[in-house]
Design a protein around this ligand. Structure first.
Ligand code: F6R
Length: 608
């Protein structure tokens, strides 16, 4: 997804912009560019490909100046190319714009501007913006941007600079993230905090349709009516180092190893033995909980898979019926929602367009919404009634790992919180689960020491084109996540099946040598799972199984087995997903894939 950085201050803008853009690489991009005001002249440098290409270009033809905007583009309108890269400028090359989002009425605006004599160079929706600003410019940049924005439909975070007012940068957002950094005599805009952390920890979060006007004198926040807005500064406490690789070969491997800490952090101050669960940003009352007659969990991708686990766990512990839905489906299927419906949205980034739209759909029908997100100040966190933050820290690798396990922890916390309020489970049973949760970080550490089986298995099987993941109950939910992880980073086709469903079709695909990953952690379903494994073994499958320590009878049936430390079996997903993440990682390494930035994927999907 596109990344924006902007700078006004006393440093040379180019290195600040490049540094900021490098911290946004995780969002996924296909081209990059900057526009800087050099002695009252607008200089633009942009090109397709990695940021390194832009750096090389800037080295050959440096741009000097202390005001500028930068962009990493993830193509939506028009293929990745030098011409379609941002920034985009007006024909006179006096106004330049970076944009994240989609201008839905750009065709209409393009025709209208063309009829006024404007000429377009690129295929992008963005290019209408500098022309619109040019059309409305009458000596005041913020007034022109406000008028331009009032004509635009869709989502946008934009940054604009002009040679007419060379010391100024104007930015605005709607449905796309944008933060404003406040330094000493220098100011920033960025799509995400890591881009500016090297320079400042003080930020403003902009709400939809709020503008910022910055000069070296300071920043002014404004509404779309032009009124000045006062806001509190948010002081970011996490460390810039948290966003670096910290000695690991890849961010993904680092993040897999950060899971014990992420789990511990997410439980901190919420789960303690002998104490009720308290959730500071959740204000739902006991009476409101008693009134809930249905829960929807809505999310996308990996977050959706955390929701599948949530469905099993919440239903088991609270006896409230839970529907789990993919956000892009939910928003268009006219779901049955009323005041007694609770919606839980899960989103690592808190900016996923479909999830946000589903949240708004539920709110329109008066449902209460709890957001589970990893990003403080993100759109879902601001629009939901209640928020439960996952404290995973910034996740840089595109493939989600530590965010997923913290989303699982959030699901357990919410299920226990409701069960405690509804008294659907005894206090002793709640204490037992809490105790088991508190020992999860050490158990994940233990799983992380057991890599050889996975490395060996990956080195023998990475050339396969297809794989299957099987499980029952919670194991099926984790199988779905394991399968997604493998597809994403190793490009191996895989399918996850509820093991009992196998004989209704997919078993036709099993032949000699087919790779099957089988999860068998659920005690009640263990024997049934072993029977399903036998069904694929007799047809020639090569099976790697995961089971709890002590269930070593499984070895008689499978080709390789990996044992997990025992825990309460509803918590098994937190342990069993870890070897699946590692397996995908080793497969990806063996195949020489770009682990942290898999092809065609973006970290944050802020368009539909
Ligand atoms: C997969 C992955 C994606 C995201 C999905 C939702 O590894 O990261 O499937 O889970 O795009 O993103 P968020 O959680 O930011 O809403």
């Amino acid at each position: 997804m596109c990344g924006i950085v902007g700078y006004v201050g006393n440093k040379q803008a180019a290195p600040v912009l490049i540094n900021g853009l490098s911290k946004l690489e995780y969002r996924g991009y296909d081209s990059a560019g900057v526009a800087i005001i050099e002695e009252d002249i607008l200089k633009v440098s942009k090109c397709k490909g990695r940021l390194a290409n832009l750096e090389a270009k800037l080295e050959k033809a440096p741009i000097k100046g202390v005001v500028g905007i930068g962009h990493t583009r993830w193509a939506t309108h028009g293929e990745p190319s030098d011409l379609n890269s941002h920034p985009h400028s007006n024909t006179k090359e006096t106004i330049s714009v970076v944009h994240n989002g989609i201008i839905e009425n750009y065709i209409h605006l393009r025709e209208w501007l063309t009829s006024k004599g404007y000429k377009f160079e690129s295929e992008t929706d963005t290019e209408v913006i500098p022309h619109l600003v040019d059309y409305y410019y009458d000596g005041n940049l913020e007034a022109a941007v406000m008028k331009a924005v009032s004509k635009m439909e869709g989502s946008y975070a934009i940054g604009v600079v002009t040679t007419y007012e060379p010391g100024k940068l104007v930015a605005v957002r709607k449905d796309s993230p944008l933060v404003v950094g406040v330094g000493k005599g220098e100011y920033f805009i960025a799509s995400d905090i890591p881009a500016i952390l090297n320079y400042t920890r003080d930020v403003y979060f902009l709400n939809d349709k709020e503008f910022v006007v910055m000069t070296s004198e300071g920043v002014k926040l404004m509404s779309d009516e032009g009124d000045e807005i006062k806001k509190d500064i948010f002081h970011v406490t996490w460390d810039a180092d948290a966003a670096e690789k910290g000695g690991y070969e890849h961010f993904m491997l680092k993040e897999i190893h950060e899971q014990p800490k992420a789990i511990r952090d997410t439980m901190t101050s919420r789960i303690a033995l002998g104490k009720d669960i308290t959730l500071d940003k959740i204000t739902i009352t006991k009476e409101q909980i008693a009134n809930i007659d249905k829960i929807y969990i809505v999310a996308c991708g990996t977050a959706y898979h955390a929701g599948v686990v949530g469905k099993y766990v919440i239903e088991k512990l609270t006896r409230i019926p839970v529907e789990i839905d993919i956000a892009s489906e939910f928003r268009y299927r006219n779901p049955i929602i009323d005041k007694r419906t609770l919606m839980i949205v899960i989103s690592q980034s808190g900016e996923t367009a479909d999830t946000l739209a589903a949240l708004r759909e539920a709110k329109k029908s008066s449902a209460r919404v709890i957001a589970i997100t990893n990003v403080v100040g993100s759109s879902v966190s601001r629009e939901a009634d209640d928020v439960l933050y996952t404290w995973a820290g910034p996740e840089i690798a595109v493939a989600s790992t530590k965010a997923y396990v913290t989303q699982l922890i959030a699901m357990y916390i919410i299920a226990l919180f409701f069960a405690q309020n509804k008294k659907t489970v005894s206090d002793e049973a709640i204490e037992e689960i809490k105790e088991a949760m508190l020992s999860l970080p050490e158990k994940v550490e233990e799983v992380l020491t057991n890599k050889e089986v996975l490395q060996r298995f990956a080195s023998k099987t990475y050339m396969h084109k297809d794989m299957f993941f099987l499980g029952r109950g919670l194991d099926y939910a984790v199988a779905m996540e394991g399968s997604l992880k493998l597809k994403e980073i190793s490009y191996i086709h895989s399918e996850a099946y509820a093991a009992g469903e196998l004989k209704h079709g997919p078993i036709a695909l099993i032949e000699k040598g087919t790779i099957v990953i089988a999860l068998a952690t659920q005690e009640e379903l263990f024997e049934k799972m072993v029977s399903n494994i036998k069904e694929v073994k007799t047809r020639g499958a090569n099976v790697l199984a995961f089971a709890f320590e002590g269930n070593d009878t499984i070895e008689k049936t499978v080709d390789s087995a990996l044992y997990l430390p025992r825990t309460n079996e509803i918590l098994a997903p937190v342990l069993s997903v870890v070897p699946l993440q590692l397996l995908s990682y080793y497969m990806s390494i063996q195949k020489g894939c770009d682990v942290d930035k898999p092809r065609n994927l973006a970290k944050s999907v802020t368009v539909e």
